[in-house]
Design a protein around this ligand. Structure first.
Ligand SMILES: NC(=O)C1=CN([C@@H]2O[C@H](COP(=O)(O)OP(=O)(O)OC[C@H]3O[C@@H](n4cnc5c(N)ncnc54)[C@H](OP(=O)(O)O)[C@@H]3O)[C@@H](O)[C@H]2O)C=CC1
Ligand SMILES: O=C(O)C1=N[C@H](C(=O)O)C[C@H](O)C1
Length: 271
């Protein structure tokens, strides 16, 4: 962590959203973090604190990341926007020498590789965390261990009905970690036939991912492993967005000391 005299200056893109609001709140609580810019598509020119109910913070919302980067000279961009916006935002930040900390999901493996190359060219650190909740990171780590011994697996992820991407970034990351540990195998009956399209979920390296979207849900995932006569279920539930904040704080602190793009909070934890 940096000394008292050198707070980390941060721009939050998506500052008025569900995650952005909680992140702005967290930054204002931490003495070593300082909000210097806030971006959203709407409410341009208004004080971000007033918009999100924190009282005036002296930081005006802009509708473009470019102007927030120019005005604030931040060290870090925290991006919590949309799958369509995140890559452009990361490129703008890296070009400006600003370190990206990204919670936005939906980036492809190729895009992540490309962004890693860009970070290294600029000698910058960056972090993409498909899930900032420490419990979810542990669930993924346990799932990767279990896959070695119980290779028949399915993932069920459940989210609120305003989520844009499916499957979730967490499910995709879990699938990647599982695939590293088990031989690729096709599960289920070889002559299985879907009577209703999509009934068996999305297919990835021989196993299935199912996405549920309902009001009332926040962010939940089950990883089910089956073996003859036994079933292992790993489950994580985020009940609110506060659950993600210790991970966001850790990522902002760590990104200042890293080079290259780190994909997954597990790489910052001793697991
Ligand atoms: N990694 C993690 O742990 C977590 C990741 N997420 C991910 O974070 C992202 C945001 O989620 P959530 O907060 O629920 O989403 P919201 O829809 O609540 O918020 C999105 C925010 O992004 C802003 N925004 C959208 N498009 C643009 C744009 N082109 N330029 C600038 N700002 C833009 C919106 O502004 P406006 O309202 O004005 O359009 C809003 O402030 C999602 O990808 C989600 O999957 C979510 C939770 C945890
Ligand atoms: O959109 C969300 O809400 C969440 N998105 C992330 C994901 O796609 O995995 C993290 C968490 O599940 C909440």
């Amino acid at each position: 962590m940096r000394g008292k005299m050198n707070p980390i200056h941060i721009v939050v893109a998506g500052a008025t959203g569900r995650m952005g609001r909680e992140t702005v709140k967290m930054i204002t609580r931490e003495k070593h973090l300082k909000l210097t810019g806030a971006v959203a598509r709407s409410r341009k020119g208004e004080d971000v604190g007033t918009v999100i109910g924190l009282g005036e913070l002296g930081v005006t919302l802009t509708d473009s990341l470019e102007s927030a980067l120019e005005a604030g000279q931040p060290h870090v961009l925290i991006d919590l926007t949309t799958p369509e916006t995140v890559k452009r935002h990361m490129e703008l930040a890296i070009d400006a020498g600003v370190r990206p900390v990204v919670g936005t999901t939906g980036l492809t493996e190729e895009e992540i590789k490309d962004l890693d190359r860009k970070c290294r060219e600029r000698d910058l650190g960056g972090i993409i965390a498909p899930n900032f909740a420490v419990g979810a990171v542990l669930m993924m780590a346990f799932a990767s261990k279990a896959a070695k011994y119980l290779p028949d697996v399915e993932i069920i992820e459940m989210h609120h009905d305003q989520k844009l991407d499916a499957p979730s970034g967490t499910a995709m990351k879990t699938a990647e970690l599982i695939s590293r540990e088990r031989e690729e195998k096709k599960q289920g009956h070889p002559e299985e036939k879907e009577i209703l399209d999509g009934a068996r979920g999305g297919y990835r390296q021989g196993f299935r991912i199912h996405s549920v979207r309902l009001p009332g849900l926040v962010a939940h995932q089950e990883v089910l492993f089956g073996g003859p006569g036994q079933l292992l279920t790993l489950r994580h539930d985020s009940m609110n967005r506060e659950s993600f904040m210790p991970g966001v704080k850790l990522a902002v602190e760590e990104v200042m000391n890293r080079t290259g793009l780190i994909y997954g909070l597990e790489n910052l934890m001793e697991l």
